[in-house]
Ligand binder design. Structure first.
Ligand code: ZN
Ligand code: ZN
Length: 287
């Protein structure tokens, strides 16, 4: 018996399964937080992915890189790489890494630490694990989603690494959803704690949800937890498994959570100008 990896073409999640037959279903798509494919599950074997997908990267600054796959595979997650003298860290993953992208990552010093916020950011974590043998960290409450790779360091609710990388359990969307704050660059990786609507590449509206497909809102306690974690850090941008949202600062994000607690949780996008006007009006009234 030999095992191999298949990607679900609908969500892009990888499944470890028998080489001789396709997976029976995709557990990720079966989850209430995701949509089912319209007709049937279909998969791509890792050997088919090679040659059919190409991995691209963008350099945001000398220490910060973004990776993605074209054509889009599944939901199209993006992987992020942060260079650091005490060991590079990769957070989330693109759905597929071609040989060139793995060699390029190696030329930047490889990956010492590998982690992801929640299953929508897992992408091809298993490929990065095979290539670089990093410490692979996932929150202990999300271990049931990690069959495609091997978690070498389950995380508790708070973890600090080399005085620069701070992980916190956000929960909410997924029980083990975890944020990462990179101190020296003020980068805040938030999983899917916020869904960002863009116009001309500028964030114009924000929403949050427990499950997007069925429009399941967060609970009040989950929103309070988001406020608690977001309030700890100073940032001007947030990074999800799909995109970098700039500018979105702590005040704007926390305003959304407070707004939803005040009027009752829902999953509809709230324009950022509405949140800011509400804040300005309130602070003027207070004065
Ligand atoms: Zn799937
Ligand atoms: Zn998600």
């Amino acid at each position: 018996m030999s095992l191999t990896h298949y990607a679900c073409t609908h969500c892009g999640g990888w499944i470890l399964w028998f080489d001789t037959q396709e997976p029976l279903y995709c557990a990720n798509c079966m989850d209430v937080r995701n949509a089912l494919p319209n007709e049937a599950f279909s998969y791509i074997h890792i050997d088919q992915a090679k040659g059919n997908y190409k991995t691209y990267h963008r350099k945001h600054n000398d220490q910060f890189y973004e990776f993605w796959t074209e054509p889009q595979l599944g939901l199209g997650s993006h992987g992020w790489l942060i260079l650091h003298p005490q060991g590079n860290i990769a957070y989330e993953a693109a759905p597929f890494y071609d040989q060139e992208s793995l060699q390029f990552t190696q030329s930047l010093g490889g990956i010492k630490y590998l982690a992801a916020s929640h299953p929508h950011g897992y992408g091809a974590l298993w490929q990065l694990q095979e290539a670089f043998d990093p410490m692979l960290m996932i929150h202990k409450d999300d271990l049931q989603h990690t069959k495609a790779f091997k978690v070498t360091q389950p995380m508790d609710d708070h973890l600090e690494l080399n005085g620069n990388f701070i992980f916190d359990r956000l929960g909410g969307h997924y029980d083990g959803q975890t944020s990462l704050y990179v101190k020296d660059q003020q980068l805040f990786f938030i999983g899917d704690a916020l869904k960002i609507e863009f116009e001309n590449e500028k964030p114009v509206a924000l929403s949050c949800h427990k499950g997007f497909h069925y429009s399941i809102p967060l609970t009040l306690e989950e929103l309070k937890k988001y406020i608690e974690i977001f309030s700890r850090y100073d940032f001007q941008s947030v990074i999800t498994p799909f995109e970098l949202g700039h500018p979105i600062d702590q005040q704007t994000a926390v305003l959304l959570f407070k707004h939803l607690i005040e009027i009752g949780p829902h999953t509809q996008p709230v324009p950022i100008h509405t949140l800011k006007e509400k804040y300005v009006r309130k602070s003027t009234t207070t004065i």
